[in-house]
Design a protein around this ligand. Sequence first.
Ligand code: PLP
Length: 406
Amino acid sequence: MQPASAAGGDARRFAARVARVAERPGGGWAVHFDAVERRQRGEEVILLSIGDHEFATPASIVEAAVAALRAGQHHYTPAAGIGELRRAIAAFYADKAAIPVTPENIVVMPGAQGGLYALFQCLLQTGDEVLVPEPMYVTYPETVAASGARLVPVPLTAQRGFALEVEALAAGISGRTRAVLINTPHNPTGTVIPRETMAELVALCRRHGLWLISDEVYAGMVYGGGHVSALAFTDRHERIAVVESLSKSCAMTGWRVGWTVTPPDLAYYLEHLAGVITYGLPPFVQQAAVEAVTRIERFEDEIAGLYERRAALVCDALAADPDLVLHRPRAGMFVMLGVARFGLDGERFARRLLEDAGVSLLPGESFGPRTRDWVRLGLSASEAELAEACRRILRFTAALRGSGRR
Ligand SMILES: Cc1ncc(COP(=O)(O)O)c(C=O)c1O
């Protein structure tokens, strides 16, 4: 419910911050919420508007949490996370990518989202600017705004496959720029920043004394592997901060467990910030996370393989309509579809598709105005459901053409 005061009532009732975090009522999720309601009313809606696996967390992870609960792990934990989990995360970077991370670089956070919020609070303030490639993940604008900093979007263009261009970022740097926020693999486009580009980006940030904040929540979901972390280019004291979580790689969205990897001096402040917000994550959630991180490659390979097959299925099916512009992802949980040739923007396309065909996609504008003519299709459904969704989409686009909407 939107409070009366939010719509221009008593401005002194709340801090100015609350207006900044609630700037976009619904935050681009209106079609999704409508789809959820329709489903609850019993309509046959295929829900492809959200990035949350339709399957459960792997059983051994659930068992680890249950065992911890039964063993009496019901108490406070250290704000930075339990030692066992921080050691497991550090070992994961060392083993998987030969990156020398130690537990003192790690602070456990309530999801990548909690990590982003905490990083922005520690690094950004009013008057600062942060450069962010657009399209961008839905929560970035409000999360940056909560810090008081100004988000400066840097366009990623469809013509160039939504690839990050370091020159475009460099052109956005001003005397106020304090940080660059990147996301690789990228939501919504599924692009991956290649090693050379990451090296250039790190060099650019180094030259200008900027923090590089890298959201790598889809790191484990590159089809065929090959994620390049910003951490591969740093020693432990540089201005590089990475945020990751188990939400996507281990199907643990509801557990709210992620972490930051930063230089130890920043980790010190992140730990203190965690101490005044979460006061530590639940111990049984952290024990489940230990199990997940310790066997992460097994879970990641399985889940990434599944999504690679789903992406291929959807892209091959929808290629039957040449008016749909397909952006094939290299990673992650989504396929972007350009719909401009139907004479509708993404919002109107998604709304009519929901009403006429019972398929829920997310309008591209949720990720910024540059993808206004796109929709994002989430792959979190069985292959049978995805195939049915594609049939419905193709029938819908054929009907749009028939009705002369082009
Ligand atoms: C790019 C990106 N960053 C962060 C998040 C938040 O992830 P978490 O569930 O770990 O908070 C998401 C979730 O969809 C995301 O897509």
